[in-house]
Design a protein around this ligand. Sequence first.
Ligand code: ATP
Ligand code: MG
Length: 239
Amino acid sequence: MALLETTGLTASYGDFQALFGVDITVGIGETIAIIGANGAGKTTLMRSISGVLANAAGSILYRDEPIGALPAPDILARGIAMVPEGRKLFPSLSVEENLLIGRYGRKVDGPWTLDSIFALFPILKERRHNPSTALSGGQQQMVAIGRALMSNPEVLLCDEISLGLAPVVVRDIYAAFPRIRETGASIVIVEQDIAQALKVADRVYCMMEGRVTLSGAAADLSRDDIHKAYFGTEHHELA
Ligand SMILES: Nc1ncnc2c1ncn2[C@@H]1O[C@H](COP(=O)(O)OP(=O)(O)OP(=O)(O)O)[C@@H](O)[C@H]1O
Ligand SMILES: [Mg+2]
């Protein structure tokens, strides 16, 4: 059963149309990766689902209920949390305060508390009283992920969490994902690092110019298929 499903999703910025009928489904406990080049529409898709971008048309169903018209706070309250592109931490607040902000939008008991976030990313415990601006890029990304987890989400949307980070740091961050999956959450990862996406995801969607150009199980996609979908114009759909 699909937990989250978009059908014919379109979105525009003024006169500029950025999404042209995007269909994706996310199952319970499933990890999905959305890949695609700069400007493909990945962030627009994430912002449409999370309600940050309000002008999306088409259908977004969550637990079989339409959520496309709901404002962002309501979507978070229902259990869809986003780790936004560029992290968007509160620079004047400490690490711990940034994490606690994640509780306000959805006060639901679950596996994620300050303590379990600190167990997931121990460096954040050491740095809990530092301003978020004093942290490295990778540590800031951990705070952004932790903040989203503090709402005990059922769906975690992650937009380019590895962007600009050294490979060893990316590895540390992705090392947390098996634990996040264990909680039963569904995860949607936007990722330009295709190898990383294939490693972590059950299924992959490739987008180009506002459309899905390839979708299938990560294990079934060849490098060739992905290359064509990423840069070319052909549409492939794998069973
Ligand atoms: N605020 C905006 N106003 C106008 N156009 C925008 C805006 N944000 C994005 N766009 C355009 O919409 C298209 C899709 O952008 P989007 O940010 O969704 O792509 P993306 O796949 O996330 O790219 P990236 O990998 O660079 O993050 C691009 O052509 C972009 O220029
Ligand atoms: Mg983006």
